[in-house]
Ligand binder design. Structure first.
Ligand SMILES: *[C@@H]1O[C@H](CO)[C@@H](O)[C@H](O)[C@H]1NC(C)=O
Ligand SMILES: *[C@@H]1O[C@H](CO)[C@@H](O)[C@H](O)[C@H]1NC(C)=O
Ligand SMILES: *[C@@H]1O[C@H](CO)[C@@H](O)[C@H](O)[C@H]1NC(C)=O
Ligand SMILES: *[C@@H]1O[C@H](CO)[C@@H](O)[C@H](O)[C@H]1NC(C)=O
Ligand SMILES: *[C@@H]1O[C@H](CO)[C@@H](O)[C@H](O)[C@H]1NC(C)=O
Ligand SMILES: *[C@@H]1O[C@H](CO)[C@@H](O)[C@H](O)[C@H]1NC(C)=O
Ligand SMILES: *[C@@H]1O[C@H](CO)[C@@H](O)[C@H](O)[C@H]1NC(C)=O
Ligand SMILES: *[C@@H]1O[C@H](CO)[C@@H](O)[C@H](O)[C@H]1NC(C)=O
Length: 855
C-alpha cells in the first residue's frame, strides 16, 4: 500500500526557528491542564501542563485520581497518568479572548481510576453549547482503535462572552457511569478556515467559518509524522498518509530537492508547517500507467455530517503551466477538473491549499470518505501525473450544534482475540524474546494477536486524535461499526458472516461455480503448485483475467480461522510490489483464495538453470528495487512490523510487465493456534542458504533477518547461482559465504554472471556489492534497514543509467538517518506474520510475535 521511501531532507531548522517566534505569541491565553494533578509539569515534548482545580466551577462532583497502570505506549506520563473523575455534571470555565477561534483538545487514557471500572465511563462533553462527545466511551474507542490513549481535537468558533465552559456529564443511561479527563488544551488559533464549495454544487458555499469543527485526519502526504512542537505554531499533529492509500497505485513520495526553494512565508504558517509542503506524493513516472489509474485515499468517517477536505499543494518539480494537470474527486464526485498547481499558485515552490466540502449520508458505504486524483488526460498535459502535499479532513457541526458520532464497535475478531488474552497468564514483563519458546511467551503472543488483528479493525480513525503517531497502531480504515447489518444488507450474509465488512468490501466474493468454471472444475492440468494450504491452480475469471487460485485442502491443518485471517489481512495489505489477493470463495465448506496471476513466474527461473533469455542488468536492478519496496512496506508501512521470513528468489514473482512482487505474505496464523507455543517457537522457518545466522543462533527474529535474506538474493541476482550449491567445493557451497569472501578479497567480479560482464558500470557495481555485503553483516544491528537498501539500489540504478552525473539530490547520511530511526525505539510490539513461499510452497506458515525491546 505504500512506497514509503521517506527520503527526509528538510529545512527543519528553519521551520523550528520560525516556530519559536510564533509560539510565544500564540501561547498567551492558552491553557494546558493536566487534570487531577497537583503541580505543573512538562511533558516529554517540553510543554508545561498546569493543575486543573482552579478552573473547575466546583470540586464537589469530582475527584483527582491517578492511573493504576501505566501503559508502555503512553507518550508521556503528563497528562495521562493523572485524571479527574466526575460522578455528576461538572464544568471547567476558561476566560478566553473574544475574537479568536480556539482549539480544544481532550486527552483520554481509559484505565482504572480509584477502583472504578474503565468500561463504565460513558459521558458527554459540551463546550460553549456545542456537543463535542456524547455517550462517549473512551474505553471502547481506544479498544477499537487499539490505542492506549485517545486525543480528540476540535476547533470552536469565538465565544462572544469570552467565557468558555466545558461540561462533563456522566451518562444516565448506564448504571454506575462516570466521566473522566486526563488533559485539556484550550488554545487560541488564527482563523484558518474559509467557506468551501460543496462538491457537485459549485454555487453553494458551505459556511465553514462559523462552524465548529472536529479534526478527523491531518496528513503530511508523502512525508512523515510531525509532532505538535514541530508544527508551525499551532501545536497540531501531522501523520503519514500511506496507511490510508487505497488500491494498487501507491504513487511515489518525494522530498523537495536542494535546488527548490519553497517560498514559505509567515502567511503560510497557520496553514501548515514547511515540512508538509516540502514533501509530496505523486503518481510516479509512468504516464501510460497513470492515464488509467487513480491515486486514492480512503477514510472512515461518521455518517450524516458535512466534511471539509483541505488539499495542500506545493509543486516541487514542474515549473510550467500544463505540465502536471489532474482532476480531484471527493467521494467519487468530481470536485475539480484540471487542477494545475503551477497555474493556481503562480510557480514552483509556492504553497497553497484548496478546500472542498462534501456531505456524508448515513447510507451504507458513505461512512468511507474517498479522495482520488486522476490525470486530466483531456487537457493533454506534458505528464499524466498528480501531486498532493498534505490533506486535512474536518467534520462540521450539524444543525443541533453537535459533533459527536457513535462509539466504534470492536470487531468480532478483536473480541475473540481479547477473550484469548484473558485465558493467558499475565505477561511477566515487556520483554518478549518469545520466539525462543518459553511458555511464558504465550501471553505476549495473545496480547499481540489482539493488537495485530485489531489493527485491521479500526473504526472511526480520528487523527489529531487518537495518535497513530509514533506510538500508534496501523491506522487503517477499519471495519465499520455496522458490520453485521451491513453484510446482511449487501445480501452476502452467508459469505461474509465471519468477515469484517471492510474485508468484504475490499475483497471480491466469488461463487464456487465461478471458481469451478475458471479452473475446469479443479482439473489437475491446471495445478501450478501444492502448498500446506492445499493446491494452487491456474485459472481464469471474468472471461479472460488470469488468476492463481488456492484451494484449501479439506484436511488441511489450517482451518477456518486462518482462512478468515488471511482475507482480513491480505485484503488490506495492498502494494504494487506485493502479490495481491483478488478475492475469496467460501461456499460448501470450500475455502478458496484468488490471487493475481504472475505471468513471468519467479525471479529464480530467469536467473539460472533456465532456457529463458538472461535478464539485463537494468532489469535485474529494477526487480531488486521492486522487491525491496515490497519488503520495506512490510517492515515499515504498517505501524507494526511484518517480517516475511522467507525472502528468496522463488518468492519474488514477476508479472507480465516485469514488476516484481513479493509473494504470499499471508497464510498467517492467528486465532487460537497462535497460542500453540510449540508451533510458534520450534519452527525456525526459512530456507537454508538464506537464513539469518543470528536468527538461527538466538532464535530471535527481527526484520533484519529479511534484510539478510535479501542480501543473499542480491548476490544471487549478481552471480546467477543458487544460494546453496552442494556440488561445488566446500568453501563455495554457500553463496553468502563465498560472495562475502570474494568481496573482502576484492575479487567479486570473478564470480559475476558472465552475461553481465562489462555491462555494469564500476560505480554501480561497487555500490551494489557494498549494499549486499552490508545486508549480510553478522549482526542484525549492523545491517541496513530495508529503506536504506532500497535507497542504495535506486542509487545504483541512477549511476548505471547516468554514469557521468548522478541526479540523486540527497546523500546517504541525510537519507539514512530518518529511515533507520523510523522503525526502532518505538515502544510497541511488533507483530509478524509468518510468510509463506510462493504459490507453489509446501511450507506451513506460522506467526511469530516479538517485542523490539527484546532485540
Ligand atoms: C469491568 O467491567 C467488565 C464488564 O462490565 C467486566 O468484564 C470486568 O471484569 C470489570 N473489570 C473489573 C476490574 O472489575
Ligand atoms: C522535531 O524535529 C526535529 C528535527 O527533525 C527532531 O529532531 C525532533 O525529534 C522533533 N521533535 C519531536 C517532538 O518530534
Ligand atoms: C534539481 O537538480 C537536479 C540535478 O541537479 C535536476 O535533475 C532536477 O531537475 C532539478 N530540479 C528542479 C526542480 O530544477
Ligand atoms: C466510491 O467508489 C468506490 C469504488 O470505486 C465504492 O466502493 C465506494 O462506495 C464509493 N463511495 C461513495 C461515497 O460513493
Ligand atoms: C477514479 O476515481 C473516479 C471517482 O471515484 C472514478 O469515477 C474513476 O472511474 C476512477 N478511475 C480509475 C481509473 O480508477
Ligand atoms: C453549527 O453550530 C453553530 C453554533 O455554534 C450554528 O450557528 C451553525 O448553524 C451550526 N451549523 C449548522 C450547519 O447547522
Ligand atoms: C452508548 O454507547 C454504547 C456503546 O457503543 C451503546 O451500546 C449504547 O447503545 C449507547 N447508548 C446510547 C443511549 O446511545
Ligand atoms: C498444538 O499443535 C499441535 C500440533 O499441531 C496440536 O496437536 C495441538 O492440538 C495444538 N494445541 C492447541 C492448544 O491448539
Amino acid at each position: 500500500m505504500i512506497t514509503k521511501t521517506h527520503l527526509l531532507f528538510s529545512l527543519i531548522l528553519f521551520s523550528f526557528l520560525s516556530n519559536v517566534v510564533f509560539k510565544t505569541e500564540a501561547s498567551a491565553g492558552s491553557f494546558l491542564l493536566s487534570c487531577g494533578s497537583t503541580s505543573s509539569d512538562a511533558d516529554s515534548d517540553g510543554r508545561t501542563w498546569e493543575p486543573d482545580s482552579k478552573y473547575l466551577e466546583t470540586q464537589d462532583n469530582s475527584m483527582p485520581s491517578t492511573a493504576e497502570f501505566q501503559d508502555p505506549s503512553l507518550p508521556s506520563t503528563i497528562p495521562y497518568m493523572s485524571a479527574r473523575v466526575f460522578t455528576a455534571p461538572s464544568s471547567y470555565k476558561f476566560s478566553i479572548s473574544l475574537n479568536d477561534r480556539h482549539w480544544v483538545r481532550l486527552h483520554f487514557y481509559p484505565t482504572s481510576y480509584s477502583g472504578l471500572n474503565a468500561t463504565d465511563a460513558f459521558f458527554s462533553v459540551v463546550a460553549g453549547g456545542v456537543t463535542l462527545l456524547n455517550n462517549f466511551s473512551a474505553y471502547i474507542t481506544a479498544e477499537a482503535l487499539t490505542q492506549a490513549y485517545i486525543i480528540r481535537e476540535f476547533s470552536l468558533v469565538p465565544v462572544p462572552t469570552g467565557q468558555l465552559s466545558l461540561t462533563f456529564t456522566p451518562s444516565d443511561k448506564h448504571d454506575g457511569s462516570y466521566a473522566f479527563i486526563n488533559g485539556i488544551e484550550v488554545i487560541p488559533m488564527p482563523n484558518v478556515f474559509q467557506n468551501a464549495m460543496l462538491v457537485g454544487f459549485p454555487d453553494q458555499p458551505v459556511d465553514v467559518q462559523s462552524s465548529n469543527l472536529q479534526t478527523m485526519y491531518r496528513l503530511n502526504v508523502g512525508g512523515q509524522y510531525i509532532s505538535p512542537v514541530n508544527d508551525s505554531g499551532l501545536t497540531r499533529t501531522w501523520y503519514d498518509d500511506s496507511p490510508y492509500l487505497f488500491g494498487a497505485n501507491m504513487g511515489i513520495s518525494f522530498e523537495a530537492g536542494k535546488n527548490v526553494t519553497i517560498q514559505y512565508t509567515d502567511e503560510q504558517k497557520p496553514a501548515a508547517p514547511l515540512d508538509v509542503y516540502s514533501s509530496a506524493r505523486t503518481m510516479g513516472p509512468e504516464s501510460t500507467v497513470n492515464a488509467n489509474a487513480n491515486l486514492t485515499w480512503v477514510f472512515q468517517v461518521d455518517g450524516s455530517f458535512m466534511y471539509v477536505v483541505r488539499f495542500h499543494f506545493c509543486e516541487l518539480d514542474m515549473t510550467k503551466v500544463n505540465q502536471r494537470v489532474f482532476d480531484i474527486y471527493v467521494n467519487n464526485q468530481t470536485a475539480q477538473v484540471g487542477a494545475d498547481v503551477i497555474l493556481w499558485s503562480g510557480g514552483r515552490g509556492i504553497p497553497m491549499y484548496k478546500d472542498f466540502a462534501v456531505f456524508s449520508t448515513e447510507e451504507p458505504g458513505d461512512e468511507m470518505l474517498w479522495v482520488a486524483l486522476h490525470p486530466t488526460v483531456s487537457a493533454r498535459p506534458e505528464y499524466y501525473d498528480a501531486i498532493l502535499n498534505g490533506l486535512e479532513i474536518f467534520k462540521l457541526n450539524d444543525s443541533n450544534a453537535n459533533l459527536a458520532g457513535p462509539n466504534p464497535v470492536p470487531s468480532p475478531m478483536l473480541i475473540k482475540a481479547e477473550e484469548m488474552r484473558e485465558f493467558a497468564p499475565p505477561r511477566s514483563n515487556g520483554n518478549a524474546e518469545v520466539i525462543g519458546g518459553a511458555a511464558g511467551g504465550a501471553a505476549a503472543v495473545g496480547l499481540v494477536a489482539a493488537i495485530c488483528i485489531a489493527a485491521y479493525q479500526r473504526k472511526k480513525k480520528v487523527v489529531g486524535a487518537d495518535a497513530a503517531g509514533p506510538y500508534g497502531w496501523l491506522p487503517l480504515y477499519g471495519s465499520s461499526h455496522t458490520t453485521t447489518s451491513k453484510s446482511t444488507i449487501s445480501g452476502k450474509s452467508t459469505a461474509s458472516s465471519h468477515l469484517s465488512s471492510l474485508a468484504v468490501s475490499l475483497c471480491r466474493h466469488f461463487s464456487l461455480a465461478e471458481i469451478k468454471h475458471g479452473t475446469k472444475n479443479f482439473d489437475e492440468s491446471q495445478v501450478i503448485g501444492v502448498g500446506g494450504f492445499g493446491k494452487v491452480y491456474k485459472g481464469v475469471i471474468d472471461g479472460s483475467t488470469k488468476v492463481a487460485i488456492k484451494r484449501a485442502n479439506p484436511s488441511s491443518e489450517q482451518g477456518v480461522n486462518e482462512f478468515q485471517t488471511e482475507i482480513e489481512m491480505l485484503s488490506k495489505l495492498r502494494h504494487r510490489h506485493l502479490v495481491s489477493l483478488i478475492g475469496y470463495c467460501e461456499e460448501n465448506d470450500e475455502m478458496i483464495l484468488v490471487y493475481d496471476y504472475m505471468a513471468f513466474g519467479t525471479l529464480r527461473e530467469h536467473l539460472y538453470k533456465t532456457n529463458k533469455p538472461p535478464l539485463s542488468w537494468k532489469q535485474r536492478l529494477e526487480i531488486c528495487i521492486g522487491a525491496a519496496r515490497g519488503l520495506h512496506y512490510l517492515h515499515t508501512g504498517a505501524k507494526y512490523t511484518i517480517i516475511h521470513r522467507d525472502v528468496k528468489t522463488t518468492n519474488i514473482l514477476l508479472d507480465d510487465k516485469w514488476v516484481a512482487k513479493v509473494s504470499d505474505f499471508g497464510l498467517s496464523k492467528t486465532g487460537p493456534d497462535m497460542m500453540n507455543q510449540s508451533h510458534v517457537s520450534t519452527v525456525v522457518k526459512g530456507s537454508f542458504g538464506y537464513l539469518d545466522p543470528e536468527y538461527f543462533r538466538r532464535q530471535q527474529l527481527t526484520e533484519k533477518s529479511d534484510v539478510y535474506s535479501f542480501g543473499v538474493v542480491l548476490f544471487e541476482v549478481l552471480c546467477a547461482r543458487p544460494a546453496l550449491n552442494p556440488s561445488l567445493p566446500k568453501e563455495q557451497v554457500s553463496l553468502a559465504d563465498w560472495a562475502l569472501h570474494c568481496q573482502k578479497k576484492g575479487v567479486l567480479e570473478d564470480i559475476v554472471d558472465p552475461h553481465l560482464k562489462g555491462k555494469i558500470t564500476p560505480e554501480c557495481f561497487k555500490k551494489f556489492a557494498e549494499t549486499a555485503e552490508k545486508c549480510l553483516s553478522d549482526h542484525g544491528l549492523d545491517r541496513p534497514s530495508m529503506g536504506d537498501v532500497l535507497w542504495n539500489l535506486e542509487y545504483c540504478l541512477q549511476v548505471q543509467e547516468n554514469p557521468d552525473g548522478v541526479k540523486m539530490e540527497k546523500d546517504d547520511s541525510e537519507t539514512n538517518a530518518p529511515m533507520a530511526a523510523s522503525s526502532s525505539d518505538i515502544e510497541m510490539y511488533h507483530a509478524t506474520l509468518g510468510l509463506g513461499a510462493g504459490g507453489s510452497s509446501d511450507d506451513v506458515i506460522f506467526s511469530q510475535f516479538i517485542n523490539p525491546k527484546g532485540r
